[in-house]
Design a protein around this ligand. Structure first.
Ligand code: K7E
Ligand code: CUA
Length: 761
């Protein structure tokens, strides 16, 4: 009988305990020989390998590029931990398939159109005094100018805001040193108003800009009404960075087409690539954002599309906007950890240019400008702003910093190399080849005021021959490099099967403190109590006109309710609360054929909504393998024809259990109790309270055991009435609770044995 087999397995598992590991007889040398590994390979492996049960020192957040997601992985193991759904629906997390997450995506609609993808480039972790604080993460969408807020307490997207004046952006996701603002610089210029203007009016009507999104840390949300933009010339602004330390209050934004060139290859005009790289220099925009914010408060901004825009003439008049020529077609702009230097790479130049904030300020103070641009913005001469230029190689793009003083790393796209150099002495210290065509690069907390050094990841644009071929579309290649010594050492190639990552940021793992459960009844997307939440025993289905609303619960291994009956054409809302407290006890919820799915982590409440527009029978079930009886975590949505009446005698078929069946169940229950008692005996005989993980497992098991008295009362009441069907089934339910408790108890026992728990009695 199935129950006996299941019980047998439990007993067996208990008896075996940990078992003994069978170690291979092969030596390390044998394995090296068999797999053709060098000493260097084995050393690299030892530097990246994180043994089972151990964790990474750093957690990296890579932009998912066109996938519109965020990729989370550990460093140095390079193990992928999660894809966080941001701009794109993601079914596993229910993102875009339940009501609250749909509301987040809907808020990102442009001109009333829902946008279901994004081109995510730059993730940025929230900062306090220029240090990563691990609370929030921001990421931009280049294609549809938007910024998203991810809360690092639960790694969920909480907000998407649409830029009110840009039609395209790129310099987005970067934060000011106390996360007062999230910056978003435009890219391809367009009229700030939502209107048509011919390309012939490019210089007069097309504009760039930078938006400073106000962040309310307490609410964990961007406040659009307190955000503003600074109007900029149509120069194709690019990457942005915030000043820090002495340069705090200022921001720096590149541009790559100060030629204001308009292409038209189909009309016989040279293409954009020729026209936008014709001049030897472009402009770095230097903006005093602190003062700009004050000017906006004083009412000096103009409302465009209901949004505060500080116009260029005001910015010039108030002395908050300046230009500095920079080598042509630059890409990266990176402020050094001390906030004194700003490092710019010109893609078409072999140098990195190191600008001095002090020199820029001196020129501004002295009113020493070489010219004004066509919009009247003062231009500081390059030589007045430049500290030094260092020849690093072909196609320099982005720069990151080391914990070691003055040490920087710059990616060389054309050379497919990383250059390590000293920005104080201007010396190149080392170079390493990467595979291939590196874009961004990342050191640990490498753009904060206190970089951690240790590792560098090269974010390569092409992987070509590095991995097993998987068709013409190749994986991305993130290469892990050890930067702790004088020479850089390549450790590991990591294929990323989601693209295209642009920037990545990594934080010390100890700074992240994500929760394991929500307060019961929480809407995770608003962080507020969910109106559809109920507690155990309060489950209810109500009808108002054509609207049917279910407020139900989930706990191993049943969904309450197990039947939902509606009439064709009804609008159905199903709210479900996961009553589990146990870590990792997520339930999923799907209804056949209605394109809804929810991921309901412990404590969370989620609603799915649809119109039951076709009569029929629709199973619903839990989609996470949550327990031994997971497959039984199911129910039926019955969509009945209009005015349907039951025909003849209608009763659910009886099982016809006998008193003997009931007694057998009771015997099983008693035997299982003995197993539980023995596990409990072991756990309480050791110092289990010293292990928080075990304490929560014990809590979880107790939760299950606490449900037994109610089921027991039911089977006893039924037995008293000689209703053997009900008696047997409620006794079976008692056993189900026992099995779950025993399963958890055995897990706790194994844990304690593996962690050498000590006998206390
Ligand atoms: Cu260089 Cu969007 Cu920062 Cu791509 S970006 S590489
Ligand atoms: Cu809950 Cu499967």
């Amino acid at each position: 009988m199935s129950t006996c087999i299941k019980l047998g397995a439990l007993t067996l598992a208990l008896g075996m305990g940990m078992g003994s590991a069978a170690w291979s007889a092969e030596s390390l040398q044998d394995v090296m020989k068999r797999r053709g590994l060098s000493q260097q390979d084995v050393l690299s492996a030892a530097k990246t390998y994180v043994p089972t049960g151990k964790r990474d020192e750093f957690v990296a957040f890579a932009s998912g590029g066109q996938s519109g997601q965020l990729i989370v992985y550990g460093v140095p193991s390079m193990r992928i931990l999660k894809y966080v759904a941001v701009f794109t629906p993601e079914p596993w997390q229910g993102y875009g398939y339940d009501e609250s997450s749909r509301a987040i995506l809907k808020a990102g609609a442009i001109n009333g159109k829902e946008i279901t993808w994004g081109d995510a480039h730059h993730p940025a972790i929230s900062e306090t005094q220029g240090k990563y604080d691990g609370q929030y993460l921001f990421i931009n969408d280049k294609a549809n100018p938007r910024i998203a807020v991810v809360d690092l307490r639960d790694f969920e997207t909480k907000q998407i805001v649409v830029n009110p004046v840009f039609k395209s952006e790129h310099g987005g996701g970067f934060v000011t040193p106390n996360t007062e603002y999230v910056m978003e610089a435009a890219q391809y210029a367009a009229p700030l108003e939502n209107e048509f203007q011919p390309l012939e009016a490019f210089n007069e009507k097309y504009r760039g800009g930078i938006t400073y999104w106000k962040f309310d840390r307490k609410q964990g949300r961007i406040v659009p009404a307190e955000s503003f933009s600074v109007e900029l010339p149509p120069y194709a602004q690019d990457v942005t960075d915030a000043g820090k330390g002495p340069s705090e209050g200022w921001s720096f934004t590149n541009s790559f087409c100060s030629e204001r060139y308009v292409g038209g290859i189909e009309k016989g005009r040279p293409p954009y690539e020729a026209g936008c790289s014709a001049k030897d220099t472009d402009y770095m925009h230097v903006i005093n954002w602190k003062k700009a914010a004050e000017l906006v408060k004083q009412g000096k901004a103009k409302k465009i599309n209901g949004h505060n825009v500080l116009m260029m003439d005001t910015a010039v008049k108030e002395g908050i906007l300046f230009l500095v020529p920079e080598p042509k077609s630059p890409h990266g702009v990176d402020v050094a950890p001390d906030g004194k230097l700003i490092i710019v790479s010109g893609k078409l130049d072999t140098h990195v240019s190191v600008f001095s904030f002090e020199k820029i300020m001196a020129a501004i103070k002295a009113g020493k400008f070489e010219s004004k641009d066509p919009y009247g913005i003062p231009v500081i001469s390059m030589k007045d702003a430049l500290q030094t230029q260092v020849q690093v190689g072909l196609g320099p793009l982005h720069t990151q910093f080391d914990a070691k003083k003055c040490v920087a790393y710059t990616s060389l796209y054309v050379d497919s190399q990383v250059a390590k150099w000293d920005y104080c002495t201007g010396k190149v210290l080392d170079k390493i080849s990467v595979h291939y065509n590196i874009g961004h690069l990342m050191t640990m907390e490498g753009d904060a005021v206190d970089p951690k050094g240790r590792y560098l990841v090269a974010l390569n644009k092409l992987s070509i021959d590095r991995f097993n071929p998987v068709g013409p579309l190749h994986p991305q290649n993130h290469q892990l490099i050890d930067i702790s010594g004088d020479k850089m050492q390549l450790l590991y190639d990591m294929p990323i099967p989601l693209g295209e990552p642009h920037n990545t940021v990594a934080i010390e793992a100890s700074k992240l403190r994500p929760g394991v459960r929500y307060k019961v009844g929480t809407d995770s997307r608003t962080d507020k109590p969910h109106p559809g939440a109920v507690r155990a025993g309060e489950e209810v289905t109500t009808r108002t006109g054509k609207k049917v609303e279910v407020k139900g619960t989930l706990i191993r291994s049943h969904i309450t309710p197990e039947t939902i009956e509606v009439e064709v054409g009804d609008e159905v809302t199903i709210n479900l609360t996961n009553l589990e407290r146990a870590e990792d006890e997520t339930h999923g919820f799907a209804v056949s054929g209605y394109n809804v799915h929810a991921s309901i982590e412990p404590g969370k409440t989620v609603a799915v909504k649809f119109v039951a527009d076709k009569e029929g029978v629709y199973p619903y079930y839990c989609t996470e393998f949550c327990s031994a009886l997971h497959l039984e975590m199911m129910g039926y949505l019955l969509v009945k024809p209009k005015n349907w009446k039951p025909q003849g005698t209608s009763a659910i078929a009886k099982a016809n259990y006998t008193e003997a069946n009931y007694r057998t169940r009771l015997k099983t229950v008693a035997e299982t109790q003995a197993v539980i008692d023995s596990v409990v005996g072991y756990i309480t005989s050791v110092n289990y309270k010293d292990f928080p993980d075990v304490v929560s497992m014990v809590e979880d098991a107790t939760d299950q055991l606490n449900k037994i008295p109610d089921a027991k009362a039911r089977h006893e009441a039924a037995a008293a009435k000689k209703d053997w069907d009900q008696a047997t089934l409620w006794a079976e339910q008692v056993w189900q609770y026992q099995v779950k408790a025993a399963d958890i108890g055995l897990r706790a026992k194994t844990y304690l044995e593996q962690h050498n728990a000590k006998k206390t009695r």
